[in-house]
Design a protein around this ligand. Structure first.
Ligand SMILES: NC(=O)c1ccc[n+]([C@@H]2O[C@H](COP(=O)([O-])OP(=O)(O)OC[C@H]3O[C@@H](n4cnc5c(N)ncnc54)[C@H](OP(=O)(O)O)[C@@H]3O)[C@@H](O)[C@H]2O)c1
Length: 303
């Protein structure tokens, strides 16, 4: 069955914008709910896309939106929360409560197809609140009766407008050295365009129902190597100084309080205790040929 109209929750964000463009290019109708219309303004050029101001945590909003679509993509996620056990309130809200609300709303409106954004390393006994809460939301949707769900677990995602390589490029432009916690943590970065293709390709593929796909790039890097590459590509390479664990925790604690929101948190450091690379426990999407970081990052980091 071809899914013609899609509710793309989180469609205004970094990854969502790429998925929106791909869905529209495929000739589908897309609805992007946003908390603030201005956040999604850049999507208004896409011809078959409608931007709607709505609070997707309000069931009445979901009850208005779901009758207009035949599939849902959920991308809502946050990186930081106040502490809590097994996870803090912001993680509970975005990663667990929303999937629960969505499962219930989809059942009410007989929308069965759901694509859900999880994260690589999501696990009920993961080392961070982020990874534990992502696992809970993913499980909730995969086990919801009557739904046809595919979940996606990307490693860190790179591409123009990413907040990972761009952040490390910016920090190196501002500072003579780069003190770095978790320098030896390993990642397998994946290109945002490949993530968008994985979602769009899965939408009408019955073989993807019930699957959890890991989305990873062709190479594994340490965090230190990624920071060095960001420095080189942006023209601001600085010496990277790996921090001992205790000092890294102190740095993360300070960065939790920077004005404008945390740049980094102790929970982010906890996530890095587990390698963020393909586990082999879940498949890659069919025909997966990921784009090398070296093929795209120099262009947008130089800019
Ligand atoms: N970027 C990565 O490297 C990466 C890696 C692994 C997994 N992921 C997952 O991929 C998903 C998308 O990531 P992204 O980098 O594209 O994120 P993003 O740019 O921050 O976008 C998040 C989107 O969620 C929407 N949203 C709605 N309600 C929200 C709420 N209460 N709190 C926060 N956001 C809310 C936002 O919409 P409005 O602001 O318009 O309302 C926004 O469009 C997330 O689930 C993330 O955990 C990302």
């Amino acid at each position: 069955m071809r899914h013609e109209s899609i509710l793309l929750i989180g469609g205004s964000g970094f990854i969502g914008s790429r998925i929106a463009a791909r869905l529209v290019a495929d000739g589908r109708r897309v609805i992007v709910p946003t908390r603030r219309l201005a956040r999604a303004g850049h999507l208004s050029v896409l011809p078959t896309l409608q931007i709607v101001e709505a609070d997707v945590f309000d069931e009445r909003a979901l009850d208005r939106l779901l009758p207009q679509v035949d599939a849902v993509i959920n991308l809502v996620g946050v990186l930081h929360s106040r502490p809590g056990d097994p996870w803090g309130p912001a993680f509970d809200h975005a990663h667990v409560a929303l999937p629960r609300l969505l499962a219930q709303a989809c059942a009410r409106h007989a929308v069965v197809r759901v694509l859900h954004m999880s994260a690589l390393g999501a696990s009920a006994d993961g080392p961070s609140m982020y990874l534990r809460s992502k696992a809970a939301g993913e499980k909730l949707l995969l086990e919801a009766p009557g739904l046809q769900v595919t979940a996606f677990r990307p490693s860190v995602v790179f591409g123009p407008d990413d907040s990972f390589l761009n952040l490390f490029a910016k920090l190196q432009a501002l500072s003579p050295v780069m003190p770095l916690g978790g320098a030896d943590a390993r990642f397998q970065p994946v290109y945002v365009g490949d993530v968008a293709h994985a979602f769009a390709d899965a939408l009408d593929d019955p073989g993807s129902v019930g699957k959890v796909y890991e989305l990873v790039g062709p190479r594994i890097y340490t965090l230190r190597e990624l920071v060095q590459l960001a420095g080189v590509y942006s023209g601001h390479a600085r010496p990277v100084i790996p921090l001992p664990a205790l000092v890294a925790r102190l740095q993360a604690l300070l960065l939790e309080w920077v004005p404008g929101g945390p740049l980094m948190s102790r929970d982010n450091l906890n996530s890095m205790k587990a390698d963020n690379v393909a586990s082999g426990r879940h498949p890659l999407p069919p025909h997966w040929t990921p784009t090398p970081l070296e093929a795209v990052a120099p262009d947008y980091l130089r800019g």
